[in-house]
Structure formats: C-alpha cells, structure tokens
Design a protein around this ligand. Structure first.
Ligand SMILES: [Zn+2]
Length: 410
C-alpha cells in the first residue's frame, strides 16, 4: 500500500499519515455558518474535504466524519436582529440549501451534523472545566474570556508573533491577528441579542463561536482525533482558539493533523458582493453549468494553491467530463474484440500512478489528468478495435475506483 502524505499546518511539512486507532479515522471539518448561503468559495473547501475523506476510504479506512453547523454567532444574531424565531428560520433555510448543494456536488454526507444551538450544554461544560483550571477571566457584566496568558503556546498553529500584549479582551467572534487577546467564551446578554439567549449556570447569554467547535468535536470524536480541516482563514483565530480551549480543558492534544484549504478567486479577483462577482453554487448552475463540471473545476487546482475560478476553465471542465462519460458508456455497451495484454498493462499503470498522486498530499489536478488521459487511451484502443471484453471490464473497474476518489461521474 502506498503511504499517504499529508501537509500538516502545525508541523509546516508533509507528514506520513497514521491513524490513532488502526483501521478507523476520525475527521472533523468546520461546517458552514448558516447566517447566509454558503458561496462557491466555501464549497471549494467542502469539496476538497470530501476528497480527503474519499482518499482515506480508498485506502481502506473507515471514516467517522463530523461537520458542525454554526447556527449561532455574531453574524447570525445580527441577521435575525435578535429574534430567536427569525434566527432559527434563517439558519434552517440556509442549512437546507447547504445540504442540497452538498448533495448536488456529490459530497458524501458526514456521519453527524451537530448544530451549535443544540450543543449549548456541552459548551457550558467545557467553559466550566476551563474555569476550574483557572484559564478564564470574568468581567463585571458576566462575560467569560479565555485567559491566553495562562496557555503557553498560544499562537503555535498560526505561528503568530503578537506585536502587542495579549491582555486586552476580544468580544467579537471574528477578528484579525492584530486584534488578538483574551477571547470570549461566553457572551453575557446585551440588548442587541434580543431574545437570542440561554439561561445556563454561566448566566444569561450565548456562546462565543470558537467554543462551539471545541465542544462539538470533543463530544462527537473525543480527543485527540485524527484530522481537523477547514479553510486557511480558520487558522487564526478560530483553530488557534479551539486548540487553546480543547487542550486547556482536557490536557490532551486536539488533532494529529491540521489541514487547511486556500481561497478561491473569481476570474482573478477576490469574490465579493460589492464587485458583483459573488456566486453561489446555484448561481453558476442556473447559468447552464452542471454541478459535476463545477466539482471538476474546483478540484483542478491543488488545495494549497489559490484557485482561479473562471468560466472558460469551467467550460473546459464540462467538455472534458463529457468526453470521459462518453468513453465510460462505450466501455459498457460496445461490442468487443480479442483481449489485449497492452490494455491490462495500461490499466495497472494508470491506477498505480493515480494512487501515487492522490496519496501525495491529495494532488487532485494530477489525479484528474491521469483519469482523463486513461480515458483517452482507452478510446484509442476502442477505435483500433484492440480491446476485449475482459479488458474493458477491468478498465471500467479501475475508472470506478479512481472515481470513488474524484466523484465526477455520478
Ligand atoms: Zn470550527
């Protein structure tokens, strides 16, 4: 078996993957914040995470995958104007769209999608543990903060060199490195929260965003689990804070591998509503492109490089995909000739090359190229009438095995 190399953000290098428990892998991926619809850039991350899971399954691991749904945080409370009913309405609607688009893009569903609003007790428990360990600070209004000065190694994941003392308090869920400080675990009720509030032993309020993922990952996967994934924008502060919270509470490491996906550009520019180049997956689909072609294009750039999503690239992806599907169909239906050892050799070689590429830090662009060139070569054998029935069957099996990773042909 080829060994799997994974670029680990914590180590800043590729490391050989070994699961904690033989045969099984526990994977946590940060899920959507459903105050609004997930956009194309979010789905670059989710589609890639799906490939990671598929590679692990391809290698014979059982994967337990948990993805949280962030249905409460500053932006959601703002979007709902502090009305709990409205918050649930908005977040459930966007969650449904997220699930639909995940299905459209052929993403294998997670084993659990815990919602933050349904995990409040677990969050309170973790915060209480941190309090008992003396890792928290309280202010006069009932806000509870994580005291980063009590956690040596804060900044280890993001390799942050903090330019100022970290004694100030950060109340916001989302903040930049230069604003780093003691971050909010529990936010005491304030007027703009309206009736979005929980009465707990910590008082009236709501959780901070970062504690959500610590509580849900530990509840569903324990510590340490094998792999934690997300977009690069999560490295600081979200994942840095998650490490502080989970390690602070348990004394154990969170995850053995941290994997982060880079951003997407739209026609060379940052996607933003003000530039008018902001797209959801459905926006693109309504323009006449297949979800499968979108998936091909999203995987066409290595996950550690910025992806430039272009309509020309998408059209090429659609054409390539159609050609592959056409060949796969003819392998199923065509009459055959005498079996040819050359075809078997090619099949074996292509499958080995494919495995080598996906196991080298999930090189999806090379894997896609191998898949397509294999299809091309098979087409040639068909045209020359130099392929037998048994040949075709094993070639088709190999294509299926490759597609169990790529997920293009559904
Ligand atoms: Zn998260």
């Amino acid at each position: 078996m080829t060994r799997l190399l994974v670029y680990d953000t914590m180590a800043r290098r590729k490391r050989e993957f070994t699961p904690i428990k033989k045969g099984g892998v526990r994977l946590y991926t940060c899920g959507p914040s459903v105050y609004s619809k997930s956009h194309l850039g979010n789905f670059r991350t989710y589609v890639f995470e799906d490939v990671v899971k598929r590679v692990l399954m391809f290698m014979g691991y059982r994967v337990r995958h948990v993805m949280n749904i962030t249905d409460i945080e500053d932006k959601a409370v703002r979007a709902a104007k502090g009305d709990m009913k409205k918050l649930i309405e908005i977040t459930r609607r966007n969650e449904r769209i997220f699930m639909k688009n995940s299905h459209d893009l052929n993403i294998i569903p997670a084993d659990a999608y815990p919602r933050a609003t349904e995990s409040i007790n677990s969050m309170v428990e973790v915060i209480r543990k941190l309090e008992r360990k003396g890792l928290t600070l309280k202010d006069g209004r009932g806000n509870v903060f994580f005291d980063v000065s009590r956690f040596p190694g804060y900044g280890r994941l993001s390799r942050s060199r903090f330019m100022h003392p970290l004694d100030k308090r950060v109340y916001k869920d989302d903040y930049y490195q230069r604003e780093a400080g003691n971050f909010a675990l529990w936010k005491a009720w304030k007027k703009s929260d309206g009736n979005v509030v929980y009465d707990t032993e910590l008082g009236r309020g709501r959780p901070g965003w970062h504690i959500e993922c610590s509580a849900m990952s530990m509840r569903y996967l324990g510590t340490p689990f094998d792999m934690h994934m997300g977009g690069v924008d999560n490295i600081f502060a979200h994942h840095e804070n998650e490490i502080a919270q989970s390690e602070g509470a348990t004394g154990r490491k969170v995850a053995n591998y941290w994997v982060h996906v880079r951003h997407l550009l739209m026609e060379g520019k940052k996607m933003s509503k003000s530039l008018g180049n902001f797209y959801t997956v459905d926006d693109i689909h309504r323009m006449g492109y297949g979800y499968d072609a979108i998936r091909v294009h999203l995987l066409g750039t290595h996950y550690r490089k910025r992806l430039n999503f272009t309509f020309a690239g998408l059209r090429d992806a659609a054409k390539e995909l159609e050609r592959c599907k056409c060949c796969a169909r003819s392998l199923k239906q065509r009459e055959f000739w005498e079996d040819n050892p050359e075809v078997d050799e090619l099949t074996k070689k292509m499958l080995a090359e494919f495995e080598g590429r996906v196991c080298d830090d999930f090189d999806t662009p090379s894997a896609t190229r191998i898949f397509c060139s294999f299809v091309c070569d098979l087409q040639e054998f068909i045209e020359k009438r130099k392929i037998g029935k048994r040949n075709a069957k094993s070639a088709l099996d190999a294509l299926c095995r490759m597609d169990s990773v790529l997920g293009f042909m559904h």
